[in-house]
Structures are given as structure tokens and as C-alpha cells.
Design a protein around this ligand. Sequence first.
Ligand code: PMP
Length: 390
Amino acid sequence: KQPPCECNDCYTGKDCSILLSDCPVNANSGDPLFLEPFWMRQAESSAALVSGWHRMSYIYQDGTYMSEALETVIRKLHSVVGNAVTDNRFVIFGSGSTQLLAAAVHALSLTNSSSSPPARLLASIPYYAMYKEQAEFFDSVHLKFEGDAFVWKNSERDDNTTQVIEVVTSPNNPDGKLKRAVLDGPNVKTIHDYAYYWPYFSPITVPADEELSLFSLSKTTGHAGSRFGWGLVKDKSVYEKMKRYITLTSMGVSRTTQLHVLQLLNVVVRDGGENIFHFGHETLKKRWETLNKVFSRSTRFSLQKIKPEYCNYFKKVRDFTPAYAWVKCERPEDANCYEIFKEAKITGRDGKVFGTEESFVRLSLIRSQDDFDHLIDMLKKLVIVEGVEA
Ligand code: PMP
């Protein structure tokens, strides 16, 4: 006799397939499982088999830690999508763009003189929390996290000696808007985080043509767990410093991962990205239509608004379909928006995490279809309660 199935807290029924209606929904992390159905259809062509005796060495035949074939397909990917210029750029790999971010900040904060003040790291609010968290965790004598780039700009300091590093996230996490650098000047260096600059999330308006740009496999193919990212770097000495950081922290990226990524990106570029970008964009477009419908009934909550722009990839004017809903609680009595959603059994990410007010909460829209459907069910309940109360 079979023992009774032990379901987790959210499911019931003989085979644990019935979702309990009041189960809390996770809309917190940006786990990009919305692309899983695409990869299920590509199960064979995307598979990588590695025999036990393959790829045992630290290095490739050319003596480096980087696969030349992978570098070539990354350049091809940017050229078919049109989201970045790769000519006259060094390509560098990291264990996720998380590692590259640390490498870039390290490289740009190294100054010639040990007596100069620490470089200041800034980003405009709302910003991705990792920039602050990494800087504070590494606690380098060469770097201090300073906070909001606008505050620094408006402080009118006549200080031309402090090295300033601004991280520009475009499209931005959390609000999905295309961002530009706030600061400029001879002592300002910029890191462009383009994790979300793919046709799923945003019109591709121009190819990025910056000094230092970072990309993440997590948001390109959805393989967040493979821990792979890459950077495009113009300046040779910055590239060398980043390379040294990667070598001293991990001696390059896993060769097994590089093989897997090569296999995945070959599937992506095979048809000019047509399949995956259409699938991913259609999925998010439908999700945004559903979400907008739910919130259109609400006066209590509002969503970010971004004007459509011409997309060079889809060759038409299109809406933004960001990875996250950036929700504002409009009523003064709902000061802590995260808690309002938490009470309604929706776990988002608190606006405070992004350096802004508690009246905002971020909801992830790129998780699995089940998670999204569940999120919509719970949101409808919250908005209906509002209707009854009003
Ligand atoms: N930058 C931004 C703006 C992100 O949102 C994320 C992850 N969600 C990252 C970088 C890190 O990506 P990775 O998984 O490549 O480390």
C-alpha cells in the first residue's frame, strides 16, 4: 500500500496537484523561469554532455581561462540583437554578472596614489541593492558606497580629486526604465549594467556603446543557476585589472559552464534570436496585459508608467514589458507597502531595499507561469477587497 502523499503547505489532493487558495505567493526573487517552456522545447539541441575525462584542465588550449568559441557567439548575439557594440572591446567572463560587478568596481577604484581619498560608488535611486551590499561587504580602503547619484550631483562639491564610480542600470531594476548616467566629468567612471537590455523586457533603442558594460546569462537565456555573465570593456588597463580580479577570486569560470553556455547561445543565435525573443516577449506582454487589467480597477495601488519606444529588434514601436512591477501604495495609511502585500499573502521586495521609500514594493513577473497565475489570483483578492471597502 502506498503511503499517503505528503504535500507541502501550499498543495493538497492525492497527487498534491491542487493549490490551496490562501497559500502565500513568492513574488520576491527574479528567478527567470518564464523561459523554461522555451528550453523544454529545445531539450535535445540545448543539451550538453560532458564525459568524465573531458575538460579536466584549468585552461583551454590557448592557455587562457576563456573559450574562444563562446566569445565569438557572444559577439554574434550582440550583433543579431543590436543591443551592444562589440568592436574594439575586450570580452571578459565571470561567475554571473555579480562577480564582474565586483571586478569592475575593483578595477575602477584602484588609484595611482595610496594617499588619495577612497573612490565613491553611486547609483541613482531606485537602484539594485547588490551595488551597495557588495561595496559594504568588501569594505575596501579604495572604495566607499555613497548612495544617490543625484544628491552627489546637486551637492556642488568643487572636489576634482575624488574618483567617482556611477553604476547605471538600464533598463533599471526595479522600475524597468532606460536610465542614463547622472554624473560626468574627468573624475567620473561609469559601469553600465545591461542585465535587462534584451527584447523581452525593453525596446532595443540603440546599441550600447559604453566604456564598460555588463551582461548576465540569467536574464539572457534564463539560466540563472549556471552563474555566467560577461563584460565588454574598452580600456585595456581596466580589462587587465578585471581579469586579475577574476583570476585571483576563481581562476576563471567553470569550463563545464562555458560549454553549456556555448550550447545555449548557439540555439539562441541559430535563427537570429527569433524564437526565444518572440516567445519571451509574448509571455511578458500577456503577463503585463493581465496585470494592467487587475490594477486598472485600483485607486489604492499604481504601477510604473513608461512611454512606448521604437525597438530596432522588433522593428516597431512597442511597450516596455519590464521584469518587475514597481507598485506604489497611494494611500497615506498604507505607508509600508511591503507589509500591505505581505498581509495579503504576497511576498514582494520592499522599496527600502532599493534605496527609496516604503511606499513602494517590487513584484517579480518573470517567475514560472504557476507563480504568475497565483500572483494574479492573490492580487485580484486584494483589489476586490479595496472595491468593497471603498
Ligand atoms: N544586475 C542586475 C540589475 C540584476 O538584477 C541582477 C540579478 N537579478 C544582476 C546584475 C546579477 O546577475 P547574475 O545572476 O548574472 O549574477
